[in-house]
Design a protein around this ligand. Structure first.
Ligand code: ATP
Length: 304
């Protein structure tokens, strides 16, 4: 266990930059699980700052896959479900300001967790131009090589065919845990009409179910409807496409020289999904191939 002693002040001229850990990676790659492992067992006290652009909004907790209260096991989480989705869109500039404020108030280790590269970039780039887009389009703007924090990036990677299989199962699990009912309530109570379409309105699950919900507004109507299956198929497809795009953006940061420490969780995922894992426990592989190397990386970073 490493006891964290860190300054409270934001970075300023002549002072050392504030140390932060960032756990990045595509949706579903195990970022939240790793953040809780690090925060509860190795680096105390730590506080988690969400950097998923849909999870910053309040509501649709299952659909946006927010970490639940029991899963947080008392670790403080910031910028999770705090923005009113009916107001104007929460921008990368908003995140740059708010997350930096949170970080300056955290007395322990700040761990930024989430896969939205636009938010991560806005937070840590030394020079950030809200007008520039460093990830999209045929001719993206250059990535700033200089960072305003002392950053330890842990890149959670899972090879895409394995991740896609996991994501497809995860959509079924989310539906089992009440995602459909949550969306019925959202559309039925006028949430869809009030929500900002350019913000939470883009969460995967909403556009895919929009036409269906208008046709069948009650849960009882769902039976034997091809439209439901089609919406689920599109959610699975769009989630896999999202993961692929997120990896592309991470590669762009890496190719620009950002020092990303890649952790390969593929085997842990493969074994967890295998019907017969030959007695090998996925949790042991997770521990050996994900947690242990991550702890070493962060320990080294904190000593530097
Ligand atoms: P982009 O520039 O494409 O918006 P980004 O880096 O800002 O990318 P991403 O995290 O890649 O942000 O999110 C892109 C899109 O993926 C979102 O607009 C949304 O449609 C979907 N998405 C992201 N996170 C979630 C989530 N937690 N739940 C549902 N949909 C999500």
């Amino acid at each position: 266990m490493v006891q964290i002693h860190m300054g409270h002040s934001p970075p300023a001229a002549g002072r050392r930059k504030r140390k932060i850990v960032l756990i990045i990676g595509p949706t579903g790659a195990g970022k939240s699980r790793l953040s809780i492992d690090l925060a509860t067992r190795f680096f105390k006290p730590s506080e988690i700052i969400n950097s998923d652009k849909m999870q910053v909004y309040g509501g649709l907790d299952i659909t946006t896959n927010k970490i639940t209260m029991p899963e947080r096991v008392g670790v403080p989480h910031h910028l999770l479900g705090v923005i009113d989705p009916t107001e104007s869109v929460f921008t990368p500039s908003d995140f740059r300001k708010l997350a930096a404020q949170v970080i300056s108030n955290v007395s322990g280790l700040p761990i930024v967790v989430g896969g939205s590269s636009s938010l991560i970039y806005s937070l840590v780039a030394k020079r950030f131009d809200p007008e520039s887009d460093v990830f999209n389009g045929p001719d993206p703007d250059p990535v700033s090589p200089e960072l305003r924090f002392d950053c330890c990036f842990i890149w959670m990677d899972v090879c895409l065919p394995v991740l896609n299989r996991y994501l497809s199962n995860r959509v079924d699990e989310m539906l089992d845990s009440g995602m459909f009912e949550e969306l019925v309530e959202f559309f039925g109570s006028g949430g869809f009409d009030k929500v900002n379409r350019a913000g939470l309105g883009q969460a995967i699950g909403i556009p895919e179910f929009e036409a269906y919900m208008k046709k069948f507004p009650r849960i009882g109507d769902v039976e034997s409807d091809e439209g439901y299956n089609e919406a689920v198929r599109r959610i699975k497809d769009n989630t896999c496409q999202l993961a692929k795009r997120q990896v592309g953006k991470i590669l762009r940061l890496r190719d620009a020289g950002w020092d990303l420490k890649r952790i390969d969780a593929t085997e842990a995922f493969r074994v967890a999904m295998a019907a017969d894992s030959g007695g090998v426990k996925a949790s042991e592989i997770w521990e050996r191939e994900v947690v242990e190397p991550s702890v070493k990386i962060v320990e080294k970073f904190l000593k530097e």
